[in-house]
Design a protein around this ligand. Structure first.
Ligand code: HEM
Length: 146
């Protein structure tokens, strides 16, 4: 059951995280008002929650699912996926700080601030596209080392 439930949870969480990222890209635009800033802040909270859940379910999968930790920990694509995921997490920090600052300042963001946050969001989205490729390669045994 765990072998079925974990992959289902893993995929649903990953799609949800992608959805949150896409929503932020749609909402953080030139001319965004304070109501939008507040909404983006609430959505961004879900980004953190989902990323944490993906880590938990992902590692549960790596340790308890069919192939096991010995397989995952000796696979270059697994490591590339983890590294990319961490990098995406780091890139998500400046946007989160910006949302908090904009809300505290009680002023709509300037065009420059919006452009900077969108740059980070685009970088996250592009890196995100690598994850399914790394995952599929790993699941098929590419990148194994002893
Ligand atoms: C800490 C984060 C993560 C961990 C520990 C993790 C771990 C795993 C593990 C153990 C598998 C099973 C591979 C196999 O069957 O041999 C898997 C599959 C998969 N993961 Fe992740 N994962 C994480 C994050 C992500 C993210 C963010 C994505 C985003 C796209 C993702 C996409 C996938 C996909 C698409 C598969 C299925 C691959 C296939 O069977 O073709 N994972 N993951």
């Amino acid at each position: 059951m765990l072998d079925l439930g974990l992959p289902i949870g893993h995929h649903l969480l990953v799609f949800a995280l992608f959805g949150v990222l896409a929503a932020e890209l749609v909402m953080v635009r030139r001319g965004a008002d304070l109501a939008t800033v507040a909404r983006v802040g609430r959505i961004d909270l879900w980004y953190g929650i989902l990323a944490g859940l993906i880590l938990a379910v992902g590692f549960a999968r790596a340790v308890y699912a069919a192939k096991g930790w010995a397989y995952c920990s000796h696979n270059l694509f697994f490591q590339a996926k983890m590294g990319t995921f961490v990098l995406i997490g780091l890139l998500s920090v400046p946007p989160t700080i910006a949302y908090i600052r904009w809300r505290r300042a009680g002023a709509a963001p300037t065009d420059g601030q919006v452009a900077s946050v969108r740059g980070f969001l685009w970088a996250e989205l592009l890196l995100f596209a690598l994850l399914p490729a790394f995952a599929a390669a790993m699941a098929r045994g590419y990148g194994e080392f002893s």
